[in-house]
Design a protein around this ligand. Structure first.
Ligand code: NOJ
Length: 461
């Protein structure tokens, strides 16, 4: 059983849904430049996306109709501060305030993410996250957020998936800004980003107009045990928090490096040794700044990989069979990661956890009857949520779950190719069609998980 006050919600991000208009006075961000460079599947762009900036009233009405009572969304830094610092765009503040008031009117609690990957282009031209001033730039932005929105919103999340915007954006280059920097620079960026998180927490608390709750939303695939033998569990736990499992050109897929400093106030010892040749100067003051008290931990979890103890006593990967289930975008379907992920994180960091994102992309189409039948999404969610429920029943403090996502939207470099939504968007007409899963999820929210079917007999090995 989920606790009575369990938070059921959906998640989104600004760039993926909002769209733009000629009058919005927003500044550009690194994704605008990346789109211009033609680096998105099919030459797609986010100029209109779901046109949410003009349709949010209808979208929140639909959300209410679908029984959703919490919404995690993000604010666009360069929409609010067109140059990243300096003058505030009053139109953006007015729009976001209206959005928040509108959702609250519909009984929907806002969870506000400050940064979901859209770094202001003007500041990128000044060195971006590599410039140590980015700590103060982000702190200043957080202050503007606190001053303008903390009277009407209570929950804030600093950063979304630093592993992705740092690693994909600056190491492998598949996401904006799309550069491939040497590892030392990427460690410097990471250190600046973590400090920026800390500075933002300080500013939010200092300028908040009421007591607020703050969290952080990193990500990572979950190492989970192949069987539930204690030695496999231990092997999986050690791999989940290890620093030596990825080659250096992929090092940002790391849980401990991004979460230990934030929640424990130190980088993992193993990483400090292993990454020593690449590390910037790290001071005691830096670590204090990064380690600000937080109210909750957010974690985005989509999938995991099997680990067991090998014959030599060391952890080893276990290959998946050729017919292993996959999502439309080729991600493995591994419901157990939701159980093991939150369990391992809670054991290490001891904070209440929100799943800030989880969901599936499916090859959804509109059927002859005008509906969108997506049994694969329902089955996926049923299994994943059943596993989450197991963690809750075993005492892990899981505070809530935000399904990614409400509307089909602009899936970054994949454009509109992937559909993660509970609601189908017909982009040419902007018509919204709730999929079967939206009605199913409404029952999940209404019955507090009472309609989940796998929880009793989910296979344990
Ligand atoms: C992670 C990101 O936070 C979100 O923006 C993205 O659309 C989903 N996962 C799905 O890939």
């Amino acid at each position: 059983m989920f606790p009575e006050n369990f938070v059921w919600g959906v998640a989104s991000s600004a760039y993926q849904i909002e769209g733009t208009d000629a009058e919005d006075a927003r500044g550009e961000n690194v994704w605008d430049a990346f789109v211009r460079e033609g680096r998105i599947y099919g030459g797609h762009n986010a100029d209109t996306a779901c046109d949410h900036m003009h349709r949010y009233k209808e979208d929140f009405a639909l959300m209410q109709e679908l029984g959703i009572t919490s919404y995690r969304f993000s604010l666009s830094w360069s929409r609010i501060l067109p140059d990243g610092v300096g003058a505030v765009n009053g139109k953006a503040v007015a729009m976001y305030r209206d959005m928040i008031l509108e959702m609250k009117k519909r009984g929907i609690t806002p969870y506000v993410t400050l940064f979901h990957w859209e770094f202001p282009l003007k500041l990128y031209e000044k060195g971006g996250w590599l410039n140590e001033e980015s700590v103060e730039w982000f702190g200043n932005y957080a202050r503007v957020i606190a001053e303008n929105f903390s009277d009407i919103a209570e929950y804030f999340i600093t950063l979304n998936e630093p592993q992705c915007f740092i690693g994909l954006g600056h190491l492998s280059g598949g996401h904006a800004p799309g550069v491939k920097l040497e590892p030392a620079k990427v460690f410097q960026i990471t250190h600046n980003v973590l400090k920026a998180h800390g500075r933002a927490v300080q500013m939010l608390r200092q300028y908040a107009k009421q007591p607020i709750k703050i969290g952080y939303a990193p990500t990572c695939g979950v190492a989970y045990p192949y069987t539930e033998r204690p030695e496999d569990i231990e092997a999986a736990r050690s791999v989940y928090f290890a620093c030596d499992r990825q080659p250096i050109e992929n090092w940002t897929w790391n849980v401990a490096w991004f979460s230990d400093p934030v929640f424990l106030g130190r980088y993992p010892e193993e990483g400090l040794k292993l990454f020593a040749p690449y590390l910037p100067e790290i001071t005691k003051e830096d670590m204090e700044l990064i380690h600000q008290p937080l109210d909750f931990m957010g974690q985005n979890i989509y999938n995991g990989y099997w680990i067991r103890q090998g014959a030599d006593g060391k952890p080893e990967y276990v290959d998946r069979p050729a017919d292993f289930p996959m999502t439309a975008c080729g991600w493995p379907i591994t419901p157990e990661c939701l159980y093991w992920g939150v369990r391992f994180l809670y054991e290490r960091y001891h904070l209440p956890i929100y799943i800030t994102e989880n969901g599936i992309s499916c090859a959804d189409t509109v059927a002859q009857d005008g509906a969108v039948h997506d049994p694969g999404r329902i089955e996926f969610l049923d299994k994943y949520l059943s596993c989450l429920q197991r963690a809750v029943e075993e005492g892990v403090e899981v505070a809530g779950y935000f399904l990614w996502t409400f509307l089909d939207n602009f899936e970054w470099e994949k454009g509109y190719k992937e559909r993660f939504g509970l609601v189908y968007v017909d982009y040419p007409t902007q018509k919204r069609i709730p999929k079967d899963s939206a009605y199913w999820y409404r029952e999940v929210c209404r019955t507090n998980g009472g309609n989940l079917t796998y929880r009793k007999d989910f296979p344990k090995r």
